[in-house]
Design a protein around this ligand. Sequence first.
Ligand SMILES: C[S@@+](CC[C@H](N)C(=O)[O-])C[C@H]1O[C@@H](n2cnc3c(N)ncnc32)[C@H](O)[C@@H]1O
Length: 231
Amino acid sequence: MKHKSTKWHAAYIQNAYRELERGITRRQLDTLQIDATGKKVLDVGCGPGNLLVALAADVPERLIGVDMDEIFLLFGRSQIEKLSEQSSEVPALMRAALPTLPFADETFDLVTCFLVMPHVPDDRVALVELARVLKPGGTLAISGHGFGFPLRYLKRFRLKPLQMYLATLIYRCTGKKWIRNTLQNDKKMSDILNSIGVVSEIRHYNKRVFGCVATYWIKAIKRETTPNAIQ
Ligand SMILES: C[S@@+](CC[C@H](N)C(=O)[O-])C[C@H]1O[C@@H](n2cnc3c(N)ncnc32)[C@H](O)[C@@H]1O
């Protein structure tokens, strides 16, 4: 499927790179105590490459970003070319989508997947795939939106927040994502991770809106032996 560049792409890229310049992206990694130095790293749903640029500063052994959106990948490549001029670790970008990643089992020391869970067809299946490509003892870091997220946009957009709540409800009841923009409960995401042998270590939120989490981050470590192997 060919993608067309939209106003949303332009706005997302502008905001993502502004956050990168202001050090917000780095602080998110620091909050989760993530250091990519010397590691094999995969960023899934890398968008325009903003997190890759931040991770490259650590000089990982290998750094790969995948996304399903050609427009973001195109922009990401142009940013990465600038990076190579500054001779830091140059990430490789490729087109791929959850729930099928084109990598062998247990390839990476660190897998990041920020703000992608709202869009994957099935949360659990996506997490199992992320865990599959992670080495035992490796780190998985994910983030997504909680129930407070749409409340931020109530004044500007009326329909979008309603759509998100409805899509989340439909997903909970039927297991189908009607639109790929659902909200997650971070405790439930941690429970899924624990059940597949990836133990949640740090959970972090930004400010709550009316008591509800807007954005959550989870850092989790893949057990050396999976629950099935223990039995
Ligand atoms: C909100 S953006 C997040 C981009 C970046 N990770 C960040 O933190 O700024 C969501 C990204 O996930 C990608 N995406 C959505 N569904 C995906 C899937 N099933 N597999 C891989 N990437 C996906 C989108 O193309 C988009 O680039």
